[in-house]
Design a protein around this ligand. Structure first.
Ligand SMILES: Cc1cc2nc3c(=O)[nH]c(=O)nc-3n(C[C@H](O)[C@H](O)[C@H](O)COP(=O)(O)OP(=O)(O)OC[C@H]3O[C@@H](n4cnc5c(N)ncnc54)[C@H](O)[C@@H]3O)c2cc1C
Length: 339
């Protein structure tokens, strides 16, 4: 990857990698164990271009090229999956707000999000609408001064703990008129809805939540963009999210390679763990390598070790596979005979 990067991109990668290695990596194991997340670390990370990078400068973001956003996500994935996921979803929320928020919504939701003072969830998936997001069934019925929302969402990252969210729902009128999928800002401070976490094995420092809306009231001023424009807004963010996940996977693979290389080098030089049977007195480590790393050294040591091994004296009975049976019954086995 390094060869493909220009000077600015390499400088960004080196700077963010150094920060993540020093400030974040030492915290990962404890947070994953405790299922907690250090939200206070996000604002300094945003200074590298996380979250702000996907928002145009005209909307208060950094407007970074996609290559730089990809590098940032690769480094986040190399450090910590839960961090990468959290940054990705905050970035998706910021993207939608950057594209569609009016002045009042930008002041109330986008600016605090980009400053790392408020955090948002992205609510698109439903139990029967995943890849086919257009099939979602959550409805927002129009009333005089807002919407009454009914339905549910699934797998919503970090909904437990976020201040607000973008809910994608189908706006309908009492007479059945369907205005299409629409983005609604749902602020936990003004709308009541159910949230519960579905614990999962990986990414333990994030929550994956089920949301339930049961006559939840959302003010009319919280519509993002126009009625019916929600699916294209949401899918634009999902497209960026897919790239982020892919780059996070590249970073995770890189971390696995580095870790396994480090572990195998350490294993070569470390003593046997005291808990293994092989640590008993007299046990030897058959594969211990004293390779110097010089080209060809492993091969020459191996051949000299082989030649130093005394040749095994020929068996008086000859090779096992061709020996004839010594049983009194005289079978004609050509394999070692149990008798
Ligand atoms: C850790 C995690 C965090 C998430 N966070 C969020 C979030 O914050 N917000 C949010 O809205 N959603 C979130 N999701 C949900 C995610 O977006 C969905 O899981 C995704 O859209 C896939 O939907 P699904 O799980 O229902 O799978 P399905 O759509 O049922 O797909 C299952 C499999 O079938 C395949 N498939 C589906 N349709 C077709 C087809 N037509 N032809 C061929 N193959 C097909 C898919 O490729 C997949 O392999 C999260 C999911 C996870 C696992």
């Amino acid at each position: 990857m390094s060869a493909l990067l220009n000077e600015d991109e390499r400088a960004l990668r080196d700077a963010v990698r150094s920060f993540l290695d020093k400030k974040v990596a030492p915290l990962v194991a404890d947070h994953e164990r405790a299922r907690t997340f250090p939200w206070e670390l996000l604002p300094p990370l945003y200074d590298f271009g996380y979250v702000r990078g996907g928002v145009p400068e005209s909307a208060g973001g950094d407007g970074l090229p996609m290559m730089m956003q990809a590098i940032l996500m690769e480094e986040a994935g190399r450090c910590w999956g839960s961090l990468r996921t959290t940054l990705n979803v905050q970035g998706m929320v910021a993207r939608v707000l950057g594209a569609a928020a009016d002045a009042g919504q930008a002041e109330r939701f986008l600016r605090p999000l980009l400053a790392g003072r408020r955090f948002g969830w992205f609510g698109l998936t439903e139990p029967d609408a995943g890849s086919d997001a257009g099939a979602l069934r959550t409805t927002a019925r129009r009333t005089g001064d807002g919407f009454v929302v009914n339905g549910g969402k699934l797998y919503i990252t970090n909904a437990l703990g976020c201040d607000f969210g973008i809910l994608f729902a189908r706006v309908v009128d009492d007479d059945g008129t369907d205005h299409g999928i629409t983005g609604l800002l749902v602020d936990a401070a003004e709308s009541r809805f159910g949230v519960h976490d579905i614990p999962h094995m990986p990414l333990r420092s994030t929550t994956s939540c089920e949301l339930t809306f049961d006559d939840t009231l959302v003010p009319a001023g919280n519509v993002l963009g126009g009625l019916g424009g929600g699916l294209s807004l949401g899918m634009a963010a999902v497209n960026a999210g897919r790239l982020n996940m892919a780059m996070g996977a590249v970073g995770l693979s890189q971390a696995c390679l580095e870790e396994s290389t480090r572990a195998s080098r350490g294993a070569m030089s470390a003593p046997w763990p005291s808990t293994t049977a092989a640590s008993r007195p007299g046990a030897r480590r058959p594969w211990r390598c004293s390779c110097t790393g010089a080209p060809g050294s492993w091969r020459s040591r191996r051949s000299s070790a082989t030649s130093a091994t005394p040749a095994r004296p020929p068996s008086p009975r000859g090779p096992a596979r061709s020996r004839s049976c010594t049983s009194a019954r005289r079978c004609s086995a050509t394999r070692p005979c149990a008798e």
